[in-house]
Design a binder for this molecule. Structure first.
Ligand code: CMX
Length: 136
């Protein structure tokens, strides 16, 4: 298994609208999509930079994963997402190497991607996501 690229970097923020202004007006990136992912209890905003995206995450529920993260650690980098092919097979292979999966089977994430997370306690502190785009 070799990821093809960093699909996105997820960043937990308190206020999506204010943070979008920073990425647009200071860094010069353009927000091309805002999407609520109800299942994950987040509202997301996306920016492209090369082949990679930045995903801003505002929690819609203090008990959701991003709400709890901000409460404990404050704003900042929340997860790293790798683009992969054949996600189901990769999850089996990853688990067989002793890594704790949060998702044993893929689920649907933002932008229609199939996603699965690995537990940060198994991945040296970095919440890790695999993403597969089955539309391309
Ligand atoms: N990065 C690194 N460590 C993290 C973390 C993160 N993003 N989130 C939680 N942790 C750590 C906590 O600091 C805590 O460590 P300690 O035990 O040392 O204090 C430990 O993991 C447990 O954290 P918790 O606050 O008790 O939270 P839970 O165990 O309930 O959940 C996790 C943690 C990672 C399993 C959960 O957040 C999860 O399932 N995440 C995957 C889904 C997700 O993050 N969705 C949002 C993004 C959606 C999207 O991209 O569209």
């Amino acid at each position: 298994m070799t990821p093809t690229h960093i699909e996105h970097i997820g960043i937990a923020v308190k206020n999506l609208d204010e943070t979008i202004l920073y990425y647009e007006n200071v860094l010069g990136l353009k927000c091309y999509a805002i999407e609520e992912v109800k299942e994950q209890k987040v509202k997301t905003a996306f920016f492209r930079i090369g082949q990679t995206k930045i995903e801003l995450l505002e929690s819609t529920d203090p008990e959701g994963p991003v709400g709890k993260f901000i409460e404990k650690k404050g704003e900042g980098i929340h997860h790293l997402a790798f683009a992969v092919n054949q996600l189901e097979e990769i999850l089996v292979e990853t688990e067989s190497k002793g890594i704790q999966l949060i998702d044993k089977t893929p689920r649907m994430g933002a932008e229609g991607l199939h996603i699965a997370f690995l537990h940060p306690k198994s991945t040296f502190g970095v919440l890790t996501e695999f993403c597969e785009d089955k539309n391309h």
